[in-house]
Design a binder for this molecule. Structure first.
Ligand SMILES: Cc1ncc(COP(=O)(O)O)c(C=O)c1O
Length: 460
């Protein structure tokens, strides 16, 4: 079937099924630019308005329920509103505790200890978003080394701040563009982009910039760049090169920490960074992120550091907010206590989805490759991103493949599958998303049937 005709049909069906969400969105669009506060949540013709979420599902204003594979930007490893977190928060609120006090409190040391134990780092400082955490990690690295250049990966997303908005999604002869206007000049001149999973390119980047570089910041699994895991040899080489050049290695584990086991992904690779950034899952659904790492680097954030070396890493008014700490403690404790069953289960569903998608779409001539396969490093991977590679490649190896329109069909994955699956009762992101402990095999099986129906219509 002609793609444009199919897309129009999908859109009309969606609009007809969501009169209340449409009305709500029209109001929101008058008040908020684009109708919301995060562009990833805003899709055409308009996002449904969620009014409730429990476990695997989310319900909208029009009374429709979806199986949700987005799960709070991948934060919700146990599904929406999991009982251990809701119970802990309710208990504290009922006891008259939980809102901001502006005092240190006893919870942040407890959550800090839990996280540090699991990821094997010395010190931690909390903030409220992954972007703030990566920004502060980079400032720490620049202060510690006395150097300025930041090396980052093409396709690496570390949140929206000036030192991370180069070479993320915008493809123009490669991923090397500034992603925003309004940036200071140093957002370009002080950030050097290198290709993921390409050891020769990394060696070349270090040969040219290593002596001036403060840090290499990278995700061990590039998330928004396609859910692509670092080759073990690449990550090991990144560690070696950074040590040789006196460059700090910052591993951004905002998506990956506590996603594949109750700890950091870097532990599964056997690589230790100088600093790491954690977020999403560590708050159990509340807004928390943190920088963790070696004591001598983290010390630069503490009061009393000589002015010439001090980093103004203030986590913010709501940093280590009591509710966020309480939720994080309940969540991480639960993940640790039930680690074996949770991750084996989530990983099994992830594998089922990835294999099923590739097989079902291939049957209709669509060469789908799923990102999120952690191979032998992260065998319990619950991440599933769909790629349709049009250049004959058999594997997704780096984000440049994903964002090059000549090599990958993003419209199919991000627009057609999104609307098609919504009409089938599934909410997907990047073609699919992530499994949680609340999802069932039956839901995954139904989602595969739905994908197959979409593929059949496209092929027909
Ligand atoms: C790897 C990574 N780092 C940083 C961020 C930014 O986190 P936040 O959205 O909490 O600012 C994200 C967000 O998706 C992310 O995926």
């Amino acid at each position: 079937m002609d793609r444009q005709t199919y897309l129009t049909e999908l859109s009309e069906r969606y609009v007809a099924a969501h009169p209340r969400s449409k009305k709500h969105f029209e109001r929101a669009a008058h008040l908020l630019p684009g109708g919301g506060s995060h562009n990833l949540r805003l899709f055409a013709p308009f996002p449904f308005c969620d009014v409730g979420a429990a476990g695997a599902t989310v319900t909208d204003l029009d009374g429709r329920t979806y199986v949700d594979f987005w799960q709070g930007h991948f934060a919700n490893i146990l599904g929406h509103n999991p009982a251990p977190v809701v119970d802990a928060l309710t208990r504290e609120l009922n006891a008259g505790r939980g809102l901001a006090t502006g005092f240190p409190g006893r919870h942040q040391a407890e959550l800090g200890e839990l996280i540090l134990d699991r990821i094997g780092a010395d010190r931690i400082r909390f903030t409220t978003s992954g972007a703030l955490a990566t920004m502060n990690a980079i400032l720490l690295a620049r202060a510690f080394t006395g150097r300025k250049i930041v090396i980052k990966i093409a396709g690496g997303w570390h949140g929206a701040h000036p030192l991370a908005l180069k070479g993320v999604h915008t493809y123009h002869h490669g991923l090397n563009q500034l992603e925003s206007t309004g940036l200071p000049e140093y957002a370009d001149s002080e950030v050097v982009v290198t290709r993921f999973n390409d050891i020769a390119a990394l060696e070349n980047t270090f040969a040219r910039h290593g002596h001036q570089a403060a840090c290499l910041i990278m995700e061990p699994m590039v998330g928004s760049g396609g859910a692509i895991f670092a080759d073990a040899a690449y990550l090991t080489r990144a560690r070696e090169l950074s040590c040789e050049h006196g460059v700090l290695l910052i591993l951004d584990e905002v998506i990956t920490a506590f996603r594949f086991h109750a700890g950091a992904l870097y532990s599964l690779y056997g690589v230790r960074p100088d600093l790491c950034v954690v977020g999403k899952a560590i708050g159990g659904g509340m807004p928390v992120a943190a920088v963790a790492g070696k004591a001598e680097i983290m010390a630069l954030a503490a009061p009393g550091t000589p002015h010439s070396r001090a980093v103004k890493f203030d986590g913010g008014t709501f940093s280590a907010h009591p509710q966020s700490m309480i939720a994080g403690i309940a969540f991480i404790r639960h993940l640790v206590e039930h680690e074996t069953e949770i991750y084996a289960y989530n990983g099994r569903l992830g594998r089922m989805a990835r294999e099923g998608i590739e097989q079902r779409l291939a049957a209709y001539g669509i060469p789908a490759q799923c990102g999120g396969d952690g191979g032998t490093v992260a065998e319990h991977s619950s991440i599933v991103a769909v790629h349709v590679l049009t250049d004959g490649s058999e594997q997704v190896h780096d984000p440049e493949q994903v964002y090059d329109p000549a090599r990958s069909d993003r419209e199919l994955c991000d627009v057609i599958l999104k609307l098609g699956m919504l009409n089938e009762g599934f909410h997907v992101v990047h073609g699919y998303g992530a499994l949680s402990y609340a999802h069932t095999e039956e839901q995954v099986a139904r989602s595969l049937d739905a994908l197959e129906r979409i593929a059949k219509r496209l092929a027909g």
